[in-house]
Design a protein around this ligand. Structure first.
Ligand code: FE2
Length: 291
């Protein structure tokens, strides 16, 4: 379903303000993929239920070609959104898919998967994001789940002035996203704002939320959010967020979710509630019981 219609979104009377700007940390992961870790471990409680956001964008194959060979996950979900390039996914549950040009892969690791995420190109631009969404304690050992969505399967809406919103998760202007989750109510929008436009998105105050601008410079409640910067949005000031594009177009991710308020213990690719559960995950992986 791809809804491209003239819609008016629910009005926002007062915008949340920017609590903090975060530039992200250059790092490398997998077999040496260079990326920017936007949401880092110290922000996991503030942005509960989100655990991590990585952004990668390069036209140099040396930055991405090594990919992410076989590695495990347990206890959360990964959402991979490719803007450009091709990424092949294979996992121990027998799933395989090719993610490209606007496609989304949503994977629930649950009790555990071992998977690889490898570029399928030797040149050109590779650009995308991986978001980690926590699972409530009761679901951390649930069976793994996986789905690939091609770009045309991501619901979206478009306004007459050219504003376009892709609804990866949650709901925007009456358009329901590709994925919904009861416990964390995640909202994951890719926003395209032509120069001079303003977009409002209602957000309940209990939701933790952030904006990541990946093209141009946006303004939120008077604060400029430069390119490749995350703005953590305060919870108490408004009934939503108003995002303004200035003289240049803006592309940004808007992410929000209901906090779980449960203990978070992370050891690399395992995110559980207690240390004992981490030890169990490591030994299950080493002894071949994880997948
Ligand atoms: Fe992974």
């Amino acid at each position: 379903m791809n809804s491209v219609t003239k819609r008016s979104q629910a009005p926002v009377s007062r915008s949340r303000s920017v609590e903090r700007l975060v530039a992200g940390t250059p790092t490398s992961d997998g077999a040496g993929v260079r990326l920017t870790r936007v949401l880092t471990q110290p922000l996991q409680h503030r942005l509960d239920p989100f655990l991590m956001l990585d952004a990668f964008r390069s036209d140099d194959p040396d930055d991405y070609i090594a990919g992410f060979p076989d590695h495990p996950h347990r206890g959360f979900e990964t959402v991979t959104y490719m803007i450009a390039g091709r990424l092949r996914h294979r996992d121990s549950a027998g799933h395989e898919g090719l993610l490209e040009n606007g496609g989304v892969q949503w994977m629930t690791a649950g009790r555990g998967v071992i998977h690889s995420e490898m570029p399928e190109q030797e040149d050109g631009v590779m650009e995308g994001f991986q978001l980690w969404l926590n699972l409530p304690a009761r679901d951390k050992m649930s069976p793994p789940w996986y789905r690939d969505f091609k770009a045309e399967e991501i619901p979206s809406w478009r306004r007459e002035d050219g504003v376009e919103v892709k609804v990866i998760a949650g709901e925007s202007a009456g358009v329901r996203g590709a994925v919904t989750r009861d416990a964390t109510a995640p909202l994951y929008l890719d926003l395209h704002l032509p120069a001079g436009t303003v977009l409002g998105q209602r957000l309940e105050s209990e939701l933790n939320a952030f904006l990541y601008v990946y093209r141009g410079c946006a303004t939120v409640a008077g604060t400029e959010v430069p390119e490749r910067t995350m703005a953590i949005l305060g919870n108490t000031q408004g009934d939503g967020v108003l995002i303004e594009a200035g003289e240049a177009p803006v592309r940004a991710l808007l992410v929000a979710g209901r906090p779980l308020n449960e203990p978070i213990v992370q050891y690399g690719p395992f995110v559980m509630n207690r240390e004992e559960e981490i030890y169990a995950a490591v030994s299950d992986y080493r002894e071949g019981r994880l997948a």
